[in-house]
Ligand binder design. Structure first.
Ligand code: SF4
Ligand code: SF4
Length: 339
């Protein structure tokens, strides 16, 4: 992965309108440009922590600078405790986080069984049974199974969280542990199919970064290269053309973590079904304490006016929309609406 450091910023400002946290806070040190400047001078400010890790800045920057990638590298090389978000602060933010309400509502033994009935110990390719796939949108998996028909799927039972929660809290040692665990489970040289954009981003962008310069770097690069987002794999691996259900009442949401050139599906899917890539309000749980995602509600309300389904491709987006839209349209995963 080619990485350009924060000192390569030419201060052009092109990233500012693309950055959701800058658009909300309108403070220079909460912009990618300001954050890169802070990193270049090794100044830790609270605004570094308010980055959503969305990488929208990297997409528009003429230099190709990604603030989150530089931030993760900085954190790896500077193990000093974060002064501004201490552990107790982070735990306090969890007390206010209403995730358990939605999970209690969504998780049922029945829902878990729908995916776990398909656990296997071998197959031509892996499917990663992430938390979202098992708990929130099992129908996406069942529809995938219906579509692929006879192809033998390897669905390991022992797969765990990709580690985004730990990354969002700045706990890189736990993310590394998760990455090694992931590699252990998905060790055979065959494709890994992922249904969640953020898990996909973690495996493709973050895991190799965590082991850069280490003897395991090549192994994680190999894992990244054989990891496919579900639509890409259907098309390239199985020659199955995904046909989405077209209906004026459905709004397709395209998550930020598919927006870098990690999947060929962006242009294809956006042009065909007019998917929109507005911000879901962050994968970083402690931003809830800042009231951050709530500020996005009015955008979502406008977008979803007259819609009865809002479909996304990411567990974090799925949760944010469900939690914060008071009278939400029904939230789902694109794979549930494929023919
Ligand atoms: S990753 Fe997103 S929130 Fe963070 S600086 Fe870049 S555009 Fe802004
Ligand atoms: S777009 Fe890139 S080069 Fe321009 S200000 Fe932002 S980070 Fe710096």
């Amino acid at each position: 992965m080619k990485i350009l450091g924060p000192d390569k910023c030419i201060h052009c400002g092109k990233c500012l309108p693309a950055c959701p946290s800058y658009r909300l806070l309108l403070e220079e040190n909460a912009s990618p440009r300001g954050r890169n400047l802070s990193l270049a001078h090794r100044i830790e400010t609270s605004k570094l922590e308010l980055c959503l890790l969305c990488e929208r800045c990297a997409k528009v920057c003429p230099q190709g600078i990604s603030f989150p990638i530089n931030y993760i590298l900085y954190k790896l090389n500077n193990k000093s405790p974060n002064k501004l978000y201490t552990i107790s602060n982070k735990l306090a933010s969890f007390r206010n986080f209403p995730l358990h309400y939605i999970l209690r509502k969504k998780i049922s033994e029945k829902s878990l069984e729908r995916v776990s009935n398909y656990y296997t110990e071998s197959g031509d390719f892996y499917v990663y049974a992430s938390c979202g796939l098992r708990v929130l949108y099992p129908d996406a998996f069942l529809n995938f199974m219906r579509l692929i028909g006879k192809f033998p799927v390897h669905l390991p039972k022992s797969a765990e969280c990709c580690g985004i929660i730990h990354l969002a809290l700045g706990d890189l040692e736990s993310v590394k542990w998760r990455a090694l665990r992931f590699l252990e489970v998905f060790c055979e040289e065959k494709p890994v199919i992922v249904f969640c954009a953020t898990c996909f981003w973690m495996i493709r962008r973050v895991y190799p970064l965590l082991f850069m310069g280490d003897e395991r770097e090549v192994t994680f690069q190999n894992l990244a290269e054989r990891t496919y987002f579900v639509f890409d794999f259907l098309k390239k691996g199985l020659s199955i053309e995904a046909k989405m259900i077209m209906d004026d009442g459905i709004l397709y949401h395209f998550p930020c973590h598919l927006s870098l050139p990690l999947t060929s599906e962006e242009i294809h899917l956006k042009s065909i079904i007019k998917a929109q890539d507005f911000c879901c309000g962050s994968a970083r749980l402690f931003l809830w304490k800042e009231g951050f995602p709530r500020n996005y509600r009015k955008i979502w309300r406008e977008k979803t006016r007259g819609k009865y389904y809002l479909l996304t491709l990411c567990t974090g987006c799925y949760l944010n929309f469900n939690l914060l839209l008071k009278e939400p349209p029904k939230i789902g995963h694109w794979m549930e609406f494929i023919r």
